[in-house]
Write a protein that binds this ligand. Structure first.
Ligand SMILES: *[C@@H]1O[C@H](CO)[C@@H](O)[C@H](O)[C@H]1NC(C)=O
Ligand SMILES: *[C@@H]1O[C@H](CO)[C@@H](O)[C@H](O)[C@H]1NC(C)=O
Ligand SMILES: *[C@@H]1O[C@H](CO)[C@@H](O)[C@H](O)[C@H]1NC(C)=O
Ligand SMILES: *[C@@H]1O[C@H](CO)[C@@H](O)[C@H](O)[C@H]1NC(C)=O
Ligand SMILES: *[C@@H]1O[C@H](CO)[C@@H](O)[C@H](O)[C@H]1NC(C)=O
Length: 426
């Protein structure tokens, strides 16, 4: 008797040798782990159960999915097939699961998505095909996904300039859209025209050399976050760039090659809270740059080439955190912190290490920050020790000196009448 049980268990184990092992939680969630071999997902492993609501087949060494693998799981809402080795999916594999709302296919080897693959998923809200090798997205592939809210396309191999401008015309409800890690440099301007409620747009590492027109059109005025890290955007000098972005709360331009800023470029961003311009090539901050931006809480200008910070650039903005670390700043203007005040509140955090500050200026800054209770990133003991070896006492502010000279020159001219070049014309 005992022997029979043991041998039955043994034979059962042998018969599923190598295939994923699945268990059911709460009578509704099937969770599988990889077996010892690669596996073609067949009918029988997770199919034929109307109680199943979610199936997790993550990291299960699956290389292919049979057409009936998801047969008779009529109430299924979620499938996770991420981190497998699937290189192709047959049209029909996702048919017969009309309630599916989330489908994860990320981290596979998919190079193409055949037309019709997603045609019978009328309530799908979330589709993740990121981290595959998809080299083209055919017009129509998303046409029967009217409820799609979240679409992850990051880290594939398609080219923006080969995408049809109508690709997303039938997906007006998309809120989260991620293209990061694809070459979107020449994507058509109308690409997102059908989208009405976009909230987050991921365009990091997309070989962009400018803020793309398709990302800033008037139908995208719902946008709250735009991620543009690790591109080659060089200029922010067109004042109309963000005119449709009145709801944007976060603009992330970390690690680009921005050199020029136009002082009016951010003015349309009336709800902006976070601006990240770190790791760029900015040398100058125009003197009205962030003035009167009442919603802005955090500005990161670290790792640029800035020498001079015009205090007026931040006047009357309600900044809480300012990062100027790793620049070329040697001093700050007089009363820097009291100018930053807004409704009697000043900065709460100021990062400024890795700048060639003059000792006398640094001492002043540290004193002021103590007065206003501002947190910072400087090791005071270290700086004091370093500075005690110099005998600088006054903070030299070259721009003030230049201004004084300018004033003196003005006086000079008024004493001597018109400048000579005017006298000498003709
Ligand atoms: C599963 O549900 C579908 C739709 O309600 C029904 O047609 C089918 O008979 C059910 N299957 C089982 C085995 O209960
Ligand atoms: C990106 O795609 C464009 C065509 O749209 C091409 O000219 C360019 O060389 C590509 N850039 C890179 C880095 O592959
Ligand atoms: C910045 O981006 C470049 C590619 O554009 C990349 O090689 C580099 O590692 C990035 N630096 C950081 C700190 O992310
Ligand atoms: C900013 O743009 C405006 C309008 O185009 C222009 O008049 C101004 O000269 C620009 N400023 C800089 C510093 O480029
Ligand atoms: C700011 O503080 C000063 C003195 O502490 C006070 O007189 C003034 O009313 C305050 N202003 C606001 C807008 O809170």
């Amino acid at each position: 008797m005992l022997w029979e049980i043991v041998s039955t268990v043994f034979i059962l184990t042998i018969s599923v040798w190598g295939s994923p092992k699945c268990r059911t939680r709460f009578n509704a969630e099937v969770v599988c782990v990889a077996g010892s071999d690669d596996y073609i997902l067949q009918r029988g492993l997770v199919s034929d159960n109307n109680d199943t609501v979610a199936i997790t087949l993550k990291d299960c060494r699956i290389t292919d999915v049979d057409i009936e693998a998801f047969k008779n799981v009529y109430n299924l809402k979620e499938i996770d097939l991420s981190r497998n080795k699937i290189s192709f999916l047959k049209v029909g594999v996702f048919d017969g699961i009309p309630k599916l709302s989330s489908l994860r296919l990320s981290k596979n080897l998919l190079s193409t998505l055949p037309l019709g693959l997603f045609d019978n998923l009328p309530t799908l809200q979330r589709l993740d095909v990121s981290d595959n090798k998809i080299n083209f997205l055919k017009l129509g592939i998303f046409n029967n996904l009217p409820q799609l809210v979240r679409l992850e396309l990051a880290n594939n191999e398609f080219l923006g300039n080969e995408l049809d401008p109508c690709l997303f015309d039938k997906n007006p409800m998309i809120k989260y859209l991620h293209f990061s890690g694809n070459n979107m440099s020449e994507a058509p301007d109308q690409l997102l025209n059908g989208i009405q409620e976009l909230s987050i747009l991921g365009l990091s590492n997309c070989y962009l050399t400018e803020i793309p027109k398709f990302a800033t059109r008037s139908n995208l005025n719902t946008l709250k976050k735009i991620l543009l890290q690790r591109n080659q955007i060089r200029r922010l000098d067109d004042p109309t760039t963000f005119i449709n972005m009145g709801n944007l709360a976060m603009l992330d331009l970390f690690n680009n090659t921005i050199e020029n800023l136009n002082e009016t470029v951010f003015k349309p961003l009336t709800k902006i809270e976070v601006i990240d311009l770190s790791l760029n090539k900015i040398e100058q901050i125009p003197k009205n740059m962030f003035q009167n931006m009442l919603s802005v809480k955090s500005i990161d200008l670290s790792n640029n080439l800035i020498k001079i910070i015009p205090t007026n650039a931040f006047k009357s903005s309600c900044l809480q955190t300012l990062d100027l670390s790793s620049n070329r700043i040697s001093y700050l203007e007089r009363n820097f912190f009291s100018t930053l005040c807004c409704f009697n509140k000043t900065l709460s955090t100021f990062y400024f290490k890795n700048n060639p500050f003059q000792c006398a200026c640094l001492v002043e800054i540290l004193k002021d920050m103590k007065k206003f209770g501002i947190k910072h990133d400087i090791d005071e003991n270290k700086e004091h020790t370093k500075c005690s070896m110099t005998n600088e006492v006054t903070c030299m502010r070259p721009d003030e000196e230049i201004r004084d000279v300018d004033n003196d020159e003005d006086k000079l001219w008024s004493t001597f009448g018109l400048p000579h070049y005017i006298n000498s014309t003709k």
